[in-house]
Design a binder for this molecule. Structure first.
Ligand SMILES: [Zn+2]
Length: 67
């Protein structure tokens, strides 16, 4: 199973030793992705909470998949 269905937080992410997130454009034709450092969000924030804050820099679509 993917981690997408799980409501994991940045605190849990860091507890697993991960310090970056990968953000993917929701448009499958674009599928632009970017790596961001996870330390810019506090521990209580869930990955799913920030997905709608992203706007793709390539196609301009709002919304992303965070892994
Ligand atoms: Zn895009």
């Amino acid at each position: 199973m993917t981690t997408r269905a799980q409501k994991i937080t940045f605190g849990q992410l860091r507890a697993q030793g991960l310090h970056h997130i990968e953000v993917y454009c929701r448009d499958y034709k674009c599928s632009h992705s970017v790596k961001l450092p996870a330390d810019r969000w506090p521990d209580h924030v869930r990955l799913s909470d920030i997905e709608n804050q992203f706007v793709c820099t390539v196609c301009g679509k709002r919304g992303a998949e965070v892994r």
